[in-house]
Design a protein around this ligand. Sequence first.
Ligand SMILES: [Ca+2]
Length: 160
Amino acid sequence: MLALLLAAGVGAQVPNSFETEDSLGLVQPSQVKAERVQEYASDGKWALRVLFPGSDKDTWPGISLSFDPPITDKQALQFDVYNPMDVPVALSWRIDVEGREEAIFGGATIQPHKTQAVEIWLAAAGPIKRIFPYVRMPREDRVLIFDNLRWFVLKDYFTP
Ligand SMILES: [Ca+2]
């Protein structure tokens, strides 16, 4: 059943707070070890712990969020990240836009022992096919704990 769903191209789903076992299937780990944990959740009880393995080779480990059909009506993707390490972790991201040859890149530094809200702006980029948060060429293992993936839409500003 899972194989059939994957073959049909089930993509990422947002919002995702990693509260259920299936929620793990909605992100696609790429060269990382991702597991649900009951630590440092910013929403509910569960979060997603991602180990980005260090390597002497240049690698770009991350979690891939694919959208089919592409996302057109959201201003930003927001999520919370906790850095359990004693050093800052540079989180990068890549955004693939339909009809655009070059990807859009961005990043944020996640400070040690802090939960940080990260916002990836999508507005005006065009139809979003994929959002890929990753760590750029880690030489040593890095760990981040993600939770509460959510969309931001501009009308949220105008809530009375
Ligand atoms: Ca959660």
